[in-house]
Design a protein around this ligand. Structure first.
Ligand SMILES: [Zn+2]
Length: 441
């Protein structure tokens, strides 16, 4: 086994990511078959076999495996090949150029999720080259369709091919390392749970009339109810994951702030720090169920008071929130019993992935070794990821892009000028390689 030159690995990762970005996998339509062919090319050039799973025309998933001796259950590296659309007018360059400049790779998917995919792919190749005998299989799965909910990707694989991918641990997206957001030490937020998305429809009905009369039409009632809703907030809830998170991030603060953050869940302290925590949107969304108004439909003409109004709400429930409890609170926040509330069932509750597992401990050790001043913490991510499909099968899924991002980097995710540094590509590949070596050797 020859010594790994990590700067060379970073440059290789940057070149590979640049080419990966050039394959336009905007979903819809996705067209991930082209990405599968690209990944197959990388694996074949290293004589690593892989299998293709076609879920629809031009939509496919790819699985590769490094065999272990079977004395421990498999671990899987997971990323999605599809990307969200890019509005070219807002980008400095073509979002699919994959341009390499100023030590960065630019393009849609650089962070979400092709950057993670390239780190995993190169680490996978290095693990194979290491010649080490593994106690567990190491799987690499690239999926379609994450950005549209996973029906042709992870969900489809779990429902149709679970025996092929059955694993104890999954390394997915969902969290990342950041710097300068919570103090000046790097904080690695590893997602171990996620909120449950639920769509809610509100309807008001009644009599409309002529626009020339003072109106109490259903539209007026809807606006009044929505105003009440906008000015109310769902209560903060402090589950186990959130308490662990507060304990870890309190270490980024000096006293007395550190003490306040650590004890923020206690009723007396809560009133002192609630506003401070809520001012950071990502933390606020971890603390409570969120309700976002996404559309209102009503009206037929300027001089007609409408006889109905419909509003759509994008609701994200904490893992522990019960639907009935939430709907009761929603009704009270609207303050009008005549508003009809309809909702789909949220996805079933799945357990958080363990923070005392062999995986989490190995990851923690490797990160602290490579970034000595850093803090590693579990979080429950506000966004939906494919991890839920694997958690529903009993696997422990951990969401982490092992990179150290600034707020400016984070703002490019699903936005304009998405980019990742070559330094982060090198760092992340090394974290994945060393963590899996520790977990599997
Ligand atoms: Zn993603």
């Amino acid at each position: 086994m020859s010594e790994i030159v990590w700067t060379d690995v970073g440059n290789d990762a940057a070149r590979l990511l640049s080419r990966y970005i050039q394959i336009d996998t905007t979903n819809p339509p996705g067209n991930e078959r082209a990405a599968v062919e690209f990944l197959e090319g990388f694996l074949t050039s290293r004589s690593i076999p892989s299998a293709r799973y076609t879920s629809a025309p031009d939509r496919a998933n790819l699985l590769a495996k490094l065999e272990g001796d079977g004395s421990a259950a498999p671990v899987m590296l997971l990323h999605h090949m599809d990307v969200v659309p890019a509005n070219r007018d807002r980008w400095a360059e073509d979002p699919f150029s994959g341009s390499l400049a100023d030590g960065h790779v630019l393009g849609r998917g650089a962070i979400d999720d092709k950057g993670l995919g390239v780190m995993q792919l190169i680490a996978f190749g290095l693990l194979r080259d290491s010649g080490v005998a593994f106690k567990r299989d190491i799987l690499l799965l690239a999926v379609s369709d994450e950005e549209s909910g996973g029906k042709l990707g992870s969900q489809w694989m779990v429902e149709n091919h679970w025996p092929d991918i059955q694993c104890e641990y999954v390394w997915d997206e969902g969290g990342t390392g950041t710097i300068g957001i919570m103090g000046n030490r790097p904080v690695f937020a590893v997602s171990v749970a996620e909120k449950k998305g639920m769509n809610v429809r509100l309807t008001t009905q009644g009599t409309g009339g002529h626009g020339s009369f003072v109106s109490t039409s259903p539209l007026n009632r809807m606006v009044t109810a929505l105003n009440r809703l906008q000015s109310s907030r769902m209560p903060a809830q402090f589950g186990d994951v959130t308490k662990k998170f507060l304990r870890e991030v309190s270490r980024t603060q000096s006293f007395p702030s550190s003490w306040l953050v650590r004890n923020a869940y206690k009723p007396v302290v809560r009133t002192l720090v609630a506003n401070k925590l809520a001012a950071i949107p990502a933390i606020d969304a971890m603390l409570r169920d969120t309700v976002t108004l996404t559309s209102v439909q009503s009206g037929a003409g300027t001089n007609v008071a409408p006889d109905s109004a419909i509003a759509s709400l994008d609701v994200r429930l904490l893992p522990s929130t019960d639907k009935t409890d939430f709907l009761r609170r929603l009704k009270s926040a609207l303050g009008d019993d005549s508003v009809i509330i309809e909702s789909a069932d949220p996805p079933p509750i799945v357990d958080s992935s363990a923070t005392d597992s062999e995986f989490f401990r190995a990851l923690n050790r490797v990160i602290v070794q490579r970034a000595p001043d850093s803090i590693v913490t579990p979080i429950q991510t506000p966004v939906g990821t494919d991890s839920r499909f694997f958690r529903s099968k009993g696997a422990h899924a951990y969401g982490l892009l092992p990179a150290i991002l600034t707020q400016a980097d984070l703002d490019t995710i699903h936005g304009a000028n998405e980019r990742i540094s070559v330094t982060n590509l090198e760092f992340g590949t090394r974290i994945i390689y060393e963590t899996l070596l520790e977990l599997c050797a």
